[in-house]
Write a protein that binds this ligand. Structure first.
Ligand SMILES: Nc1nc2c(ncn2[C@@H]2O[C@H](COP(=O)(O)OP(=O)(O)OP(=O)(O)O)[C@@H](O)[C@H]2O)c(=O)[nH]1
Ligand SMILES: [Mg+2]
Length: 217
């Protein structure tokens, strides 16, 4: 009986290898989510530059810089032990519960331009939520570690991601800043892996790549 199972096991392995050659494995689509200004585009650009040589999109200190989801396809990340994973990275617009054009006036924007930006940002949030429902296989949830992680939007988003059973890595970003407190993020979300990085100076991103291989591979 044991021999029968061993033989079956071997046959199954051979068969899946054979089938695998005909049906290429679907790429893993990873969405970078989080509130505005957390550093999502900065990280997406770094991942794309580190593994493909080009960037994804513009970065700015004004919130809601990214207002359409942007995708970079076929990024192959490889780890220290030689394992690799092929993924599409989707940089999404920052998700907030409230978008008010007055916020942009403080950055010296004209009223007309601010109203357009607020409208585009609202549409961008709807689009990001649509992608999360339909087309995302794993999430990097980005937080600015100088800010309070218990914002309502974070609790809501993590809840949605958990309800969808998606693997999630929480990134505590901006650890180059003196006020950074990644420990606060670790205690806020003890059920998920948290990696503390600086997307700006690249500190600890190698750790993030290893964690991505582990959770998204
Ligand atoms: N100090 C520091 N600043 C960072 C870091 N990552 C991003 N920033 C800055 O934070 C600001 C926002 O960065 P973005 O990458 O545009 O943030 P985002 O999450 O894509 O923002 P939206 O597209 O508006 O949602 C910019 O001024 C970045 O230079 C970091 O690790 N450290
Ligand atoms: Mg952005």
């Amino acid at each position: 009986m044991k021999i029968f199972y061993q033989t079956m096991g071997k046959m199954k392995k051979k068969f899946s290898g054979f089938v695998g050659r005909f049906f290429k494995k679907k790429r893993t689509r990873i969405g970078i989510y989080g509130p505005p200004n957390a550093g999502k585009t900065t990280l997406a650009n770094r991942i794309a530059r580190d593994w493909t040589g080009d960037a994804v999109g513009p970065v700015s200190e004004i919130p809601h810089e990214t207002r359409r989801a942007r995708k970079k396809e076929d990024i192959i990340i490889s780890g220290a032990n030689g394992s690799t994973v092929t993924m599409d990275i989707v940089d999404t617009p920052g998700v907030t519960t409230k978008i008010d054009y007055h916020e942009f006036l403080e950055f010296g924007m004209e009223k007309d331009e601010a109203i357009i930006r607020a409208r585009e940002a609202t549409e961008g949030v709807a689009e990001a939520m649509h992608w999360l429902r339909e087309d995302i296989d794993g999430v990097i949830y980005m937080l600015d570690s100088t800010l309070d992680p218990f914002m309502q939007v974070n609790i809501m988003m993590i809840g949605i991601i958990e309800a969808r059973n998606l693997p999630v890595i929480i990134v505590a970003n901006k650890i180059d800043l003196p006020d950074a407190a990644p420990g606060r993020i670790r205690s806020a979300f003890p059920q998920h892996p948290v990696v503390a990085i600086s997307g700006l100076d690249g500190r600890n991103v190698e750790d993030l790549y290893e964690t991505m291989l582990e959770y998204f591979g």
